[in-house]
Write a protein that binds this ligand. Structure first.
Ligand code: 5GP
Length: 194
């Protein structure tokens, strides 16, 4: 997605060879116009798939997921990173190692909002080692729901998550794929633009 790549090139900050900071439009301040276009892109890619629900992870997945849900006309459920222990029997849960915070988070979704009748599109802001997506996949599986695919705003193609998930036969659509962050410079993978 050309507009997203331009935004990353202009406003993204390369913190290291591994980490890109996009706080100015995705992870802290949010650019609603760009999010709307991101929602349109995901919706265009997955329309006609019979999606009944979008599932994401708080907090940075919510904005792109919301915009996609708005276009597709389906609810958006975000997995929470904390849970109330008293509600444990009513939750689907998974353990996720956070790439940026280097800590383990228990993520959970209420059984009220995901069931075997759902056909799910997973959305997240970044794909790195694939831990967040794996956790969300586990939640979808626990619910007995089916999966249409995974939509990622920014995939870091030099990290193993994308290959790992695609190798499982899962459709992954990333709107920007970064090939390298070396020398403080963002390089995009060939053909990742639309
Ligand atoms: P994974 O679980 O695929 O290793 O990492 C994905 C999660 O880590 C995303 O939900 C995102 O919050 C965070 N993340 C991974 N890499 C980056 C990065 O380069 N920049 C930012 N801002 N977040 C990242």
């Amino acid at each position: 997605m050309k507009k997203l790549e331009d935004k990353i090139s202009k406003n993204g900050k390369v913190l290291s060879d591994q980490i890109l900071k996009v706080d100015s439009f995705l992870n802290h301040q949010i650019d609603p116009v760009l999010m709307q276009e991101i929602g349109n892109e995901f919706a265009e890619k997955f329309k006609g798939e019979g999606i009944t629900k979008i599932v994401t992870l708080e907090s940075s997945g919510i904005a792109p997921a919301m915009m996609t849900g708005l276009v597709l006309g389906v609810p958006v459920v975000f997995a929470r990173k904390r849970k109330s222990l008293t509600l444990i029997n009513e939750l689907y849960s998974a353990s996720v190692h956070s790439f940026t915070k280097e800590e383990k988070n228990e993520i959970s979704v209420s059984k009220d909002y995901l069931s075997q009748d759902d056909h799910v599109l997973l959305i997240d802001d970044f794909l790195a080692n694939g831990q967040a997506v794996e956790g969300l996949l586990s939640i979808v599986e626990q619910a007995g729901a089916s999966l249409a695919g995974v939509g990622i705003v920014i995939e870091k193609g030099f990290q193993p998550g994308g290959e790992m998930i695609r190798n499982r036969g899962i459709r992954v659509e990333s709107l920007a794929i970064i090939q390298s962050l070396e020398n403080g410079k963002v390089s995009f993978a060939e053909g990742s633009t639309l």
